[in-house]
Design a protein around this ligand. Structure first.
Ligand SMILES: *Cc1c(COP(=O)(O)O)cnc(C)c1O
Length: 395
């Protein structure tokens, strides 16, 4: 059996998204900037896509910029906010320790350029509370960036409360909603979000296309100079096919959100029930505020990479954390940030299911994973020490 259980890393392109992009890869190949009909058709497709994306977020089409993905949207949001702040002499940025590297590495760069960054530590439940943000605010704070849902442990942050807090004080609020868009309701008006990033390939559109929502009146700095595309905020001939696919996929995901979430959560809950029976295992992040499809576990005495390799041999695609970290020996910065001990964090497994998975696949995971964990433990010197009592169990 082949089971794809890594939907937080990327998703399969849906039929709907593929159908939406096909015309622009075949007959409708015009450049949206061209003045003849073929070009206008492409430009109109982008306009329609912008309207669709805006509707899904409760935004205005003029507030949507298409980008090459979530990383670019994150970079552009942070750089713009930092520039706005710097012009007013405000050079303090607040974010969190468990953001995606698109955020963390941009902040590191901004720090080198003279900004001051406070990275909040999430609580052990995987949540950043509004009062944590409030305590970190300073006179010179110009931006708060807190992710909507964490990509490794799936916890959902109190975005609305944080949004209200920031709006009250006139501080820009950005959220990386790449894991939430298409999977959870988002209302930028109600949640008082100033900037929001999303990425197509996390909800069944192709890789390499994303969007940034920027509330009306907020200055946006372009990262790429050139032509006047995206109202001068993102030069380069538009990825028409990708943009059309992103909009179609987002619309479809939003239309079926409730039933998909129900189906996905039922599979995830079955996984949790079965896998938490494995001795000396734990679930990372509270399930009280959570995306439907992701579960992150640690198994003591297990090397996460060895486990993934065994699972791959059994046809199972999973992750030990974020895709960007795979292959590196350090345990996940997300797990360390919520206080998982270093040795335990080494034995992590992230399973992320979606509406394309089936209960039969879940049963297969429940049959294979406990066996694979036992096999890895059998070869592990750490596990031998835990068994003999030479080393103390941490979970
Ligand atoms: C995947 C992801 C990104 C990066 O998006 P790309 O489109 O792959 O650049 C950013 N943030 C989060 C939370 C993600 O899960």
């Amino acid at each position: 059996m082949f089971v794809y259980a890594d939907n937080a890393a990327t998703t399969r392109v849906s039929r709907t998204a593929l159908d939406a992009m096909m015309p622009f890869l075949t007959e409708q190949y015009g450049n949206p900037s061209s003045l003849y009909g073929l070009g206008r058709n492409a430009a109109e497709a982008i306009d329609r896509a912008r309207k669709t994306v805006a509707d899904c977020l409760h935004a205005n089409p003029r507030e949507i910029i298409f980008t090459s993905g979530g990383s670019e949207a994150d970079n552009q949001a942070l750089r713009s906010a930092a520039l706005i702040g710097a012009r007013k002499g405000k050079r303090h940025l607040i974010s969190t320790q468990f953001e995606h590297h698109a955020i963390l590495h941009t902040l590191k760069k901004l720090e080198q350029e003279g900004f001051e960054v406070t990275l909040l530590a999430p609580h052990s439940d995987g949540i950043i509370y509004a009062e944590d943000v409030e305590k970190a605010l300073r006179e010179d704070t110009c931006l708060v960036s807190v992710m909507f849902a964490n990509n490794e442990i799936g916890t959902v942050q109190p975005v609305k409360e944080i949004g209200a807090l920031c709006r009250e004080r006139g501080i820009l609020f950005h959220t990386d909603a790449v894991q939430a868009a298409g999977h959870m309701p988002i209302d930028v008006e109600d949640m008082q979000i100033d900037m929001l990033s999303l990425s197509g390939h996390k909800f069944h559109a192709p890789k390499g296309v994303g969007a940034l929502y920027v509330r009306k009146g907020i200055y946006l700095e372009s990262l790429i100079e050139g032509g006047g595309q995206e109202r001068g905020k993102r030069a380069g001939t538009e990825n028409v096919a990708g943009i059309a696919a992103l909009a179609a996929a987002l619309k479809e995901s939003c239309l079926h959100m409730e039933e998909d979430a129900k189906k996905t959560a039922a599979m995830r809950d079955r996984l949790i029930e079965g896998l938490s029976r494995i001795p000396h295992s734990c679930i990372n992040g509270s399930l009280a505020h959570h995306v439907p499809g992701t579960v992150n576990l640690c198994f003591e005495g297990v090397d996460g990479v060895a486990l993934l390799m065994l699972l791959d041999r059994e046809g199972i695609c999973a992750s030990s954390g974020s895709a960007c970290n795979s292959g590196s020996a350090d345990p996940s910065h997300v797990l360390l940030s919520i206080g998982v001990p270093y040795e335990v964090a080494h034995g992590s497994l992230r399973l992320s299911v979606g509406e394309y998975n089936t209960m039969e696949e879940i049963d297969y995971l429940l049959e294979v994973i406990p066996r694979a964990v036992a096999a890895v433990r059998d070869m592990s010197p750490v596990w031998a020490e835990l068994l003999s009592g030479k080393r103390r169990h941490l979970i």
